[in-house]
Design a protein around this ligand. Structure first.
Ligand SMILES: [Fe+2]
Length: 450
């Protein structure tokens, strides 16, 4: 996957430009008042995301890679995510929308100039060892910044979903492909034995995905597709929210305190469930993967169903392990970059595809939609792989390692392909459900007592 300088330069420009197109759409589609307003204490005002994207791009590409002086050093602290929690951000003297846009354009123009002059070709001849060029190896710093921007595009789409008021975004037509879920087995077997988890070769993989290492996984069954709204509604109808047997002690306490009774954005309308989606109310579609559930809800559903959440290693083995070669793939379907037939990515349809869609994206085990559609909660805490080393900065992953965060895998419909792969790891608190989160369940193939 190491590329020549020109091909790499083209790919970087394409990814940066694609990310910016989405950022622009997400921020041009609302008025100034909506840009500066805080729509939830969980989220930044959109205008913060806008200038923060530019500030990170300036910091890593113009300053670290290009050796330039800061353009506006006085604004750095405002856009440092670790200095100010989201709830505080609206009180800061943020750049107003016109200035934030101008700053972003100025940084991007200089970055594209820098890209033109960067001689990636040199790296083919031992470049990684040259002073300071580890950031440039395979264009990593540019890749990191492209991923950072599309991750904020997902964050901004979450803000759009929270925002009150009518619809401002338009979904692509036609919607994602219909599914043949009725003909699919409900679960598939993943064989036991070791597989390679994580990566040491994926050029733009982030530090928490590294290094590749062998993990032994006992045989298990995993759902062919994510749990649907229809199945989840049965859990609710069966009193699942009112029965502490299905909940962990922490989960039950949270369910009581937060008054959980259905996924976020669901409500009853007469005899049916409806949900609010980007400013519109519609009947819940039973065939779609359930969205906006927290880890506690996912875990309780799995117990109710007589199953459990997969571990992170199980999820990755289901997604990547190819028994024919014994190797781990970059994606469930193979090593090729995602195309439209593989997965629902990139905010194109603004919703998950019906469970069982995307046969061309199936993993060797037969599971579908492991990439795209909904982030999938796993049972695992977020931790380092053996041999982990923080890079290029501790705050990317290392400061989040610990039992307070659960790992999510696979990426949602809101994720761009550049920030989505079989090894990609996301993490969040088990109470969070404003994110585009769903899940699938698993069970051990060998009874635990055997
Ligand atoms: Fe950020």
């Amino acid at each position: 996957m190491t590329q020549t300088g020109d091909a790499l330069r083209e790919m970087i420009a394409r990814e940066l430009t694609g990310a910016r197109r989405r950022t622009t759409l997400l921020t041009d589609s609302v008025d100034e008042a909506d840009l500066v307003r805080q729509h939830s204490p969980l989220m930044s005002p959109l205008v913060w995301d806008l200038a923060h994207i530019a500030n990170q791009e300036e910091l890593w590409l113009l300053r670290e890679v290009g050796g330039r002086e800061p353009m506006r050093p006085e604004i750095d602290p405002l856009y440092d995510a670790f200095e100010h929690p989201r709830s505080e951000r609206p009180t800061l003297p943020l750049l107003p929308p016109a200035q934030a846009r101008a700053y972003g354009r100025e940084v991007r123009g200089r970055v594209l100039d820098l890209l033109e002059r960067t001689r990636f070709g040199d790296l083919e001849h031992g470049g990684l060892e040259h002073g300071g060029t580890r950031l440039l190896g395979d264009g990593f710093a540019f890749g990191m910044i492209a991923q950072h921007e599309v991750q904020h595009d997902e964050t901004m789409l979450i803000t759009h979903q929270i925002r009150a008021g009518g619809p401002v975004l338009t979904a692509g037509e036609p919607g994602p492909a219909p599914a043949d879920v009725l003909r699919l087995p409900s679960e598939v077997l993943v064989p036991g034995g070791p597989f390679t988890m994580g990566t040491s070769t994926e050029p733009w993989a982030l530090d928490n995905e590294r290094p590749a290492h062998a993990v032994d996984v006992a045989p298990f069954f995993i759902d062919t597709a994510p749990v649907t709204c229809g199945a989840y509604a049965e859990f609710s109808a069966d009193g699942g929210y009112d029965d502490p047997r299905w909940w962990t002690p922490d989960g039950w306490e949270h369910r009581q305190r937060a008054g959980l009774s259905a996924p976020l954005y669901w409500s009853r309308d007469g005899g049916q469930w409806v949900r609010r989606v980007f400013g519109q109310t519609e009947p819940v579609r039973p065939e779609e993967p359930v969205l906006h559930v927290c880890w506690y809800e996912a875990d309780a559903y799995a117990r109710w169903a007589g199953r459990r959440l997969p571990t992170e290693a199980e999820w990755e083995k289901a997604a990547r392990f190819d028994p024919a070669t014994g190797l781990s793939r970059r994606y469930p379907w193979g090593n090729a970059d995602p195309e439209a037939a593989h997965a629902n990515l990139g905010q194109q349809f603004l919703r998950p595809a019906p469970a069982g869609s995307y046969p061309a994206g199936a993993a060797p085990c037969g599971a579908r939609q492991l990439i795209g559609d909904v982030w999938e909660w796993t049972s695992s805490d977020f931790g380092p792989y053996p041999g982990f080393s923080a890079w290029p900065y501790r705050e990317y992953s290392e400061v989040f390692f610990g039992p307070e965060y659960k790992v999510l895998r696979g990426g949602s419909f809101a994720v761009s392909p550049v920030a989505c792969r079989g090894t990609f790891r996301n993490w969040d608190y088990p109470v969070r459900r404003q994110i585009f989160s769903g899940f699938r369940t698993a069970r051990s193939a060998v009874p635990e007592s055997a």
